[in-house]
Design a protein around this ligand. Structure first.
Ligand code: NAG
Ligand code: NAG
Ligand code: NAG
Ligand code: NAG
Ligand code: NAG
Ligand code: NAG
Length: 571
């Protein structure tokens, strides 16, 4: 039955569509209702129903005994059962092939002479509240010995190296020499990453996303990009289109018709420079003319450019701020949003920002002090709901926005409010497991005298970090100070008590925040940003030397607080 139904659909499609012709034409060769060979004269893959395998590129098979390419999500009880391969659109040079499963449609768009394929997925019935969701390529480990992302390149650890170690936590192994191997060392900022991949002397395999509109999270969202599978030894190239590796929330709801992609799954001779050039070329072609079959019309309803200007309430431009169009009227911080489509940029020195090729919809506009911004003393953020974006072919000015600052008088600040531990010991130095062991348990920090690089990126161990500072004159008797603690990330198991004047005054405590795995999963950049303000009672601080203490009362190795900044101000 299924076979006849398929034949019927295929014939219909072929009558309606002019297919590319010639020896080098992209093709769909249906094997049975749930299996087909797709490709062109450069490469081909046998797809379905669960895996794409084998895959040939320039005559060489590149999956070997590894699993191949597939989609999967966390807590999945059975593999996708893709079936009914059908050409749904074509032109002189391309075909768009749809494979259908009950959860959704996986498409391969194959061009003549293209080394690889464009791919996209349309949601039909993925679980509501979907956790981690990705596609990935598990490939032959001799063909692909190396991994590449913007922060780390070179040989992946071998399976035998991993097996020689002692497992000390999730995917983390301690070797005899005291060093660690963990897959999380191969993470990167997914929303600013250009391309990533695995490669060897003859073949490279890459994911290239010219847009990240369909990927969750803000500028700071990090994801695992490549790794060595620790059970099988497969070389793994990940495509974390809905990754949750460095955040607290468990999932999102997705509407029917929600699309991930198209991205380019790219094959080459292993050249990193060539993959980089290909990325530039793809960015220049975005948004692609396809897909147009079976897709909700919203995909092509776009504003070519959205512009605006942000000024702080104190008159300064929001120079270098992170700016994002995200979910409207939503309580989630942009880092954790993920149901819809997202646009991220940085304001220029005048506070002007622009987003390109934005899908028509209603968004919230968010701005906050990010990496290297000139407003890293501002602890507030801008959130403006109900930003209407409609389809236009000309730049759309959405206006001038005023971002209210905290309007307080600074006494001192350690670090920048940029949601990163930049400038601190070991802060922003890549992904390395175990660096928090290098943080002091106890630290004396004197404002205006101790170097900021003595303050460490992470505080994990029981002990006290004391900040001393001078006040040149006695504060007014009713002057209230506000202590703002800003953390770039937090992994659970560590509690902190805050006191002033060498423990004489209780200020507050920060206990049992929701876990994000950033600290124990190798990040020296952060995970979910946490920010708290605590009032210090009037009369606490005096003329002369004063102190504030951050005491870890319950420690946990590799967990704890990743510092962004600490700020003391008069209210
Ligand atoms: C796929 O590529 C291999 C290696 O070049 C080739 O032998 C095979 O015929 C190709 N399959 C199809 C259907 O073109
Ligand atoms: C490659 O995978 C095989 C198992 O298929 C494994 O025995 C071998 O150690 C792996 N190679 C590397 C470099 O990890
Ligand atoms: C803005 O600040 C408020 C209050 O601190 C906080 O609840 C919210 O998550 C922040 N939003 C962003 C975009 O940082
Ligand atoms: C922060 O900005 C600096 C300077 O532009 C840059 O070198 C660094 O890579 C950035 N760090 C992150 C985490 O984006
Ligand atoms: C901090 O200063 C106190 C008081 O001077 C001293 O007892 C303590 O040893 C110092 N701690 C460190 C880690 O230097
Ligand atoms: C730090 O130094 C600056 C510049 O000399 C001075 O204005 C400020 O009062 C000092 N702050 C503290 C807390 O010592």
């Amino acid at each position: 039955m299924a076979f006849f139904a398929l034949g019927f659909v295929t014939i219909l499609a072929q009558v309606a569509l002019a297919l590319p012709s010639g020896d080098d034409a992209p093709f769909l060769e249906v094997v049975d209702s749930s299996k087909a060979i797709v490709g062109n004269s450069v490469w081909n893959a046998t797809v379905g129903p669960n895996y794409a395998k084998p895959i040939y590129y320039n005559g060489k098979e590149i999956v070997g005994s590894a699993k191949g390419q597939y989609y999967s999500y966390a807590q999945q009880s059975r593999s996708f059962q893709f079936a009914d391969p059908t050409i749904v659109e074509s032109g002189d040079d391309f075909i768009d092939i749809k494979f259908t499963a009950s959860e959704g449609e996986a498409h391969w768009v194959i061009y003549r002479n293209q080394h690889g394929a464009y791919q996209y997925f349309i949601n039909k019935d993925l679980p509501s509240t979907l956790g981690e969701w990705r596609s990935l390529s598990r490939l032959d480990n001799e063909t692909f010995p190396n991994g590449y992302n913007s922060l780390k390149q070179g040989a992946l650890p071998t399976l035998s190296e991993i097996e020689s170690g002692e497992k000390v936590q999730d995917e983390t192994y301690k070797l005899d020499d005291g060093s660690y191997i963990t897959k999380y060392d191969w993470s990167d900022f997914i929303n600013s990453a250009t391309f990533w991949g695995v490669y060897g002397d003859e073949v490279g395999c890459w994911y290239i996303h010219p847009s990240k509109e369909y990927i969750n999270g803000d500028h700071m969202k990090q994801e695992l990009m490549v790794h060595r599978e620790s059970n099988t030894g497969d070389t793994v190239l990940l495509n974390m289109i809905h990754g949750l590796h460095f955040q607290t929330i468990a999932g999102h709801e997705f509407a029917e018709g929600r699309i991930w992609g198209p991205w380019l799954w790219y094959l080459n001779d292993g050249s990193i420079d060539d993959a980089s050039a290909k990325y530039d070329e793809e960015v220049g072609s975005w948004p692609y003319s396809f897909p147009s079959a079976d897709i909700e019309s919203g995909h092509h309803q776009r504003a070519v450019s959205i512009e605006g200007v942000i000024t702080l309430s104190d008159g300064r431009p929001a120079s270098g701020a992170n700016v994002m169009l995200g979910d409207n009227n939503n309580g989630e911080i942009p880092y954790e949003q993920g149901s819809n489509y997202y646009y991220r940029t940085t304001a220029d020195s005048k506070g002007s920002f622009a987003f390109e090729n934005v899908r028509a919809a209603t968004y919230a506009l968010y701005a906050w002090a990010g990496n290297n911004s000139d407003v890293s003393d501002v602890s507030t953020n801008l959130t403006v709901n109900d930003i209407e974006v409609s389809k236009t072919t000309e730049a759309q000015d959405i206006g001038d926005f005023t971002w209210g600052t905290q309007k307080r008088t600074k006494i001192w600040q350690i670090g920048d409010l940029d949601r990163l531990p930049r400038g601190f010991k070991n802060g922003c130095t890549g992904y390395h497991h175990g660096l928090s062991d290098d943080s002091p348990a106890n630290l004396n920090f004197t404002v205006n005298s101790t170097e900021e690089s003595e303050w460490a990126y992470a505080q994990s161990a029981e002990g006290t970090w004391q900040v001393s500072f001078e006040l040149p004159s006695a504060p007014d008797s009713d002057a209230i100070a506000v202590l703002s603690t800003s953390f770039a990330g937090y992994s659970s198991g560590v509690n902190m008590e805050i006191t002033a004047q060498s423990g004489g005054v209780d200020v507050g405590e920060i206990n049992d925040l929701a876990n994000d795995p950033s600290v124990y999963r190798s990040s020296t950049f952060g995970g979910l940003h946490r920010y708290e303000e605590i009032e210090v009672p009037a009369g606490t601080f005096k003329e002369g030397t004063n102190t504030i203490e951050f005491t870890v009362t319950k420690g946990s190795e590799w967990h704890g607080f990743m510092w962004d900044s600490v700020l003391l101000e008069w209210s």
